[in-house]
Design a binder for this molecule. Structure first.
Ligand SMILES: NC(=O)c1ccc[n+]([C@@H]2O[C@H](COP(=O)([O-])OP(=O)(O)OC[C@H]3O[C@@H](n4cnc5c(N)ncnc54)[C@H](O)[C@@H]3O)[C@@H](O)[C@H]2O)c1
Length: 531
């Protein structure tokens, strides 16, 4: 869709009386919670395919221009982004800027500053057999890519991959999450005002529309969401062997060692759990610690919550709300299934849930069967670091793992004995904001990664190119590869093949070719004169 939603549009995607009408190339109606497109998913993809085939997105100047316009969009409409996030999630302004707006602005500035070097071909070392050839790794765009976003960081999760995909020269169909209604509308109405409407299109909708999109052939699919839907996306992609990045979720553990600074641990843990009201893919999902540490944690948590959110956190402007009633009710069911050690306050009218710690939790309890995605923090007691490691390894590989400890041996033991998408030691969430670290999961928590240069690489096919020339001397030198084969030729080929160590750079191999050329010429001249 590239168009404008009328000001009277319904903000819930679910009320027939207030109907949103978008009226440019694809006038859409939003009726009874469903988006009605005039154009089909196939037509969207067709337009993007035609645009890609013009070749314009391959041009570095064009890509920089489009990224510049995206930056302009961020700068000119940052307040609209923050307003949409507030309406969807009651996101505090500082959280909106820290975790979404500034993140995409900085990422884009970094891409713009480095796009020339990211896009340049690499010239790797080469073996003796290719001494006379030019070997190059060209950075090729995949083509038309599908980006599907999740609702919890609806700006960041849609627009960070968009920047990487544009930089790498792809055309894009972006499908933001339908659950973050305001942000989806902001994206759908704002992007066409700034970017090339054929190359970069926004397709609004929910499950049915995403299902339609997934029937189409894409050259790459970048999905952010739950492992369950990730599998659906992966299956659809497999039909055309389309490569995918799957940014998924899961239960991320936080291990607290006996040897730690309990107050700092509590502050960093509660902060990480309460950002976006726990609706964060890398939020610490549950705690593993001894009974002794649990008691100490419960002893300081009241003080920390008061410090962060005041006497009554319900009145704090710094706690997000749960995205929908459905999500809220799921969390309250989980809360009611467990024993509250701290907190437990909630308000259905406002979709508010306060910081809550759950105790006496057992591995088979309901709350341990699914990703929590809310401000509930269960504690599972373990007797040692070894038991914690065993517990982590018995479960799916998490997206994030947090270790709070002063004991280097224990920290390294966990790092060496477990697998997770990423790790922060002695804090939460922070490895995600360091853009030089690739961000992604492993196993059930995802496939592939992005952020920083990795975003460009994710949307880039590294195409191997080997160039030869028609130089007769080179041809003579390589003639041993042709039949008729002989023992002498085999020995020669084996000798060359055994010199697989790469020659370091193009200059050295040119020099070698030049020296060899001179030697051969001198030899020929010498033979001519002597005869
Ligand atoms: N790894 C990450 O970067 C990251 C970031 C944010 C969220 N997440 C994960 O995402 C999940 C929460 O987000 P969500 O509720 O939006 O996820 P979701 O999987 O329900 O939805 C994600 C996207 O898939 C679409 N979708 C939903 N059901 C579908 C279906 N049956 N067929 C086709 N498409 C479908 C939705 O429209 C949405 O755009 C959590 O598991 C969280 O951990 C991961």
């Amino acid at each position: 869709m590239s168009g404008k939603v009328s000001p009277k549009s319904d903000k819930s995607f679910g009320d027939e009386t207030n109907m949103a009408v978008v009226d440019i190339e694809d006038p859409i109606e939003i009726k009874n919670g469903r988006v009605h497109h005039q154009k089909t998913a196939k037509e969207y993809v067709h337009v993007a395919r035609l645009a890609f085939n013009t070749g314009r997105t391959r041009d570095l100047k064009y890509r920089k221009e489009q990224l510049g316009k995206l930056l302009k969009m961020y700068e000119e409409t940052a307040e609209d982004m923050a307003a949409a996030l507030y309406k969807d999630l009651r996101k505090p302004k500082q959280e909106s800027y820290n975790t979404e707006i500034d993140l995409i602005v900085n990422d884009l500035k970094n891409i713009l500053a480095n796009i020339k070097s990211y896009s340049s071909s690499d010239y790797p070392p080469k073996p003796l057999a290719n001494m006379c050839d030019t070997v190059e790794i060209k950075k090729d765009p995949y083509g038309v890519v599908l980006i599907i976003g999740a609702w919890n960081y609806p700006i960041q999760l849609s627009l960070l991959p968009v920047a990487g995909a544009i930089a790498a020269g792809n055309c894009i169909i972006l499908k933001p999450s339908e659950i973050a209604v305001e942000t989806a509308e902001y994206i759908a109405t704002t992007i066409p005002k700034y970017l090339d409407k054929e190359c970069y299109q926004v397709f609004l909708g929910g499950v049915a529309e995403t299902t339609d999109l997934l029937k189409e052939r894409f050259d790459y699919i970048f999905f952010t969401g739950s492992p369950m839907v990730g599998k659906i996306v992966n299956e659809a992609a497999a039909k055309y062997l389309t490569p995918v990045t799957l940014e998924l979720g899961g239960k991320s553990p936080a291990y607290i060692d006996d040897n730690t600074n309990i107050e700092l641990t509590a502050r960093r843990l509660i902060w990480g759990k309460m950002v976006n009201a726990g609706q964060t893919c890398v939020a610490p999902d549950y705690v593993l610690c001894s009974k002794n540490v649990q008691d100490k944690l419960l002893g300081v948590v009241g003080k920390i919550v008061k410090e962060l959110f005041g006497d009554n956190p319900r009145n704090s402007k710094d706690i997000c709300r749960i995205i929908t009633d459905r999500h809220f009710n799921r969390l309250i069911n989980l809360l009611n299934s467990a024993t509250v050690g701290y907190g437990g306050d909630y308000d259905p009218q406002d979709r508010y849930i306060g910081p809550t710690i759950l105790v006496d939790v057992k591995p088979n309890d309901m709350i341990m069967q699914e990703e929590i995605f809310g401000p509930l923090l269960p504690i599972i007691n373990v007797a040692s670091v070894y038991e914690a490691i065993t517990f982590i390894n018995l479960n799916e590989k998490p997206l994030a793992l947090y270790i709070f400890s002063k004991n280097k041996k224990n920290i390294n033991l966990i790092l060496e004995s477990t697998s997770s998408g990423g790790v922060t030691v002695n804090d939460t969430l922070m490895h995600v904001v360091c853009e030089s670290l690739p961000f992604g999961g492993v196993g059930n928590s995802g496939v592939g990664s992005y952020h920083g240069k990795q975003s460009f690489d994710t949307f880039t096919h590294r195409k191997s190119v080997l160039r030869k020339n028609f130089n007769p001397i080179m041809e003579k030198m390589q003639s041993v590869k042709y039949p008729p084969y002989s023992d002498r030729k085999l020995k020669c080929v084996q000798l060359v093949n055994s010199k697989r160590r790469g020659l370091p750079c193009r200059f050295l191999s040119y020099l070698l070719v030049f020296v060899l050329g001179v030697l051969v010429t001198l030899l020929v001249k010498h033979l001519c004169y002597s005869s």
